[in-house]
Design a protein around this ligand. Structure first.
Ligand SMILES: [Ca+2]
Length: 149
């Protein structure tokens, strides 16, 4: 468990850094694609939402819901990802929805930095917001080095 500080611009510049963002998305997608068939099934996506607790950790709200409500919630999230209604989520669909969600988070955060506790994913991966914070820290230290030279 680590603590990071992020604001809207941290998240936005991560999403707009397409090399870093695409790499993070591809890694996350590969770790979620449990049977390695190149697409995420409804079950794989649901497991991801449960494992990574996207809803709580990314939207800052504790989600307390009845199982039936949760099932509906997971279904509606799946429909959002599965844009072409093929019944599975492929990498481009996953990437564009992650982009949309993160930009929505960036809008929500605005310019007020918030402190956030980040769970280790347990699979060696780090969360998107952690990567966003790392990227910004790297840029700041690079800028500081340049200034001092
Ligand atoms: Ca799969």
């Amino acid at each position: 468990m680590g603590v990071i500080i992020v604001d809207g611009s941290t998240v936005r510049s991560f999403v707009e850094d397409s090399a870093a963002f695409d790499k993070a998305v591809s890694e996350r997608f590969a770790s979620l694609d449990l049977n390695g068939d190149g697409v995420l099934s409804r079950a794989e996506l649901r497991r991801a939402l449960e494992t990574y607790r996207l809803l709580e950790s990314h939207f800052g709200a504790e989600v307390v819901a009845l199982p039936a409500d949760l099932a509906r919630l997971y279904d509606s999230i799946f429909e959002q990802f599965d844009v072409d209604r093929s019944g599975t989520v492929d990498l481009p669909e996953f990437r564009s929805e992650m982009r949309r969600m993160l930009l929505a988070i960036a809008d929500g955060l605005g310019s007020v930095p918030i402190q956030m506790a980040i769970d280790d994913d347990g699979d060696g991966g780090t969360s998107f917001l952690q990567k966003a914070a790392d990227l910004e820290a790297a840029k700041i230290s690079k800028a500081a080095t340049t200034t001092h030279e």
